[in-house]
Structure formats: structure tokens, C-alpha cells
Write a protein that binds this ligand. Sequence first.
Ligand code: URA
Length: 274
Amino acid sequence: MESRLDQMDFDTLTALLAWQVELGADEPIGDLPVDRYELPDAAVPMAAVAPPPKPGPAKAGARPPLPPPMEKADPVALAHTALSGVRDLAGLRAAMAGFEGCELKRGARNTVFADGLAGARVMVIGEAPGREEDSVGKPFVGRAGQLLDRMFAAIGLGRENTGADGLYITNIMPWRPPENRDPNPEEIATMMPFVQRHVELAAPEVLVLMGNISCYALLGRKGVTRLRGQWAEALNLPVLPMFHPAYLLRNPGAKRDAWHDLLMLQARLRGGGR
Ligand code: URA
């Protein structure tokens, strides 16, 4: 039986072939051409499709079999690898800026590392950069950050200070999540090795955890309303959970609790313990 291909002239066939090449079909996959116009219209049931041949001894000239598909690398293992040569904060900053194991990085403009006095007695850990932090490359520089600065200034601490009254500020996530959504547990787990190393290298006396995400990351629990107002422990350090300043902007009535927590922090730094 004469097929439709047999009825086409040379120019039409050449044009069809060129079109296939343009689509990327640049090599034949069978020994004989298949005229797909002549195939029956009805869909072939899956059960009728012959299973792929079992790999046998390679024929001379045959291509080597394709390698199995690559497994997705474990991002936490990638983080540990990225940290293996890190000895100081500059090295940590570089390792984080070069880390490709977290999707959030692709949507961010900057890697937001830290601000303030490295080595300060108090290290504040927030959640993740927002729009302003993402564009400036520093943590807590938007409205919530300005409130954070005023809160700590009220007990004599500040990120610009260089002595015992200094403050060191960072976040769990160095990249802004899209639409300021909460980072998810996988993203947090990926970045935790960096957070741990950050705390080791900054070596503060106490950690202040701002909001639910940092409580979840370091204490394994959310619910800052119940956690705040009492000291806990994480990474072998005393840890004080506090309301996030963004929450305080929305709920000014909670500032009274935040003031109580700041006084607890001040008492501890003065050796009062509280
Ligand atoms: N909120 C945070 O938790 N961190 C920032 O850096 C800014 C806002």
C-alpha cells in the first residue's frame, strides 16, 4: 500500500525533514522510518505496549546505557559540606553567599548575613529578611528593625555600639521568602547548620529569639506567646524568646510584655540572673 509519504514530492519531504531538525529531532532512533500519519487513530492501551527490552550484552557499536537519573542531593548534607572549611565569620559569610542548596536564594536580591558587633554579649536571631532587608543586604532595617533598635536602646544596647553594650543581629534565613511567607521546615532544616556555626563563631553570652520561626528553629517549638518571658536553653546557651517587633507593630498592647522581657535580659547581663 502506498503511504502518504510516498505521495509527497522531494521538496515537501526535505522541508518536513528540515522542520524536524529545527524542532531538535537531529538523529534517528530506529532503523526504519515510521510513517506516523498511517498509524491507527485509536489510542493504544498501555497494557499492549511492549515493555522495554531488558539490558543484555552490548552489541558492537551500540551506545552505552544511560546512567540512572541523578538523585536530588540532600540539602542538609550540602550545607555541612559547605561549612567544612569555615573557620571565621568572613568564611561563613562567603560559604552562605555561595551556597546553592536552598531554593529561596534564587528569588532573593541579597544574602542577608548579619549586622552589628560580632562578638557582642547578645545575639538576636530573627526569622528572615523582608523587602528592605533584601534590597539593602542587612537584617532588620525596615519598620520592624527600627522598633527593634529602639527596644534594645531602651536597655542600653545597640548594633552601632562597640563595647559591652554592642548587639549582633542575624536571621534564621539569609534569603527573603517570596511574598514574605514563613520559611518552611525543609528550608529551615537546610540552613540550621549555618545558624549553629554562626552562633559558635559569634560566641555570644545569650541568644534572643525574635518570633515563632526562630523559636521553632532553635527550641523545636512554636508558640512564642507561651515561650516568652522565661529563659530556655539552646546550643548550650541561655535563650530568651521574645515577641517579634513586627508583631508588636500590629499589637502594641504586647509591648508591655516585651518591656518585661527586655528587663529580664538586662538583669541577666548585669549578673542578676532573673
Ligand atoms: N524580620 C525578621 O525576622 N528579620 C529581618 O531581618 C527583618 C524582618
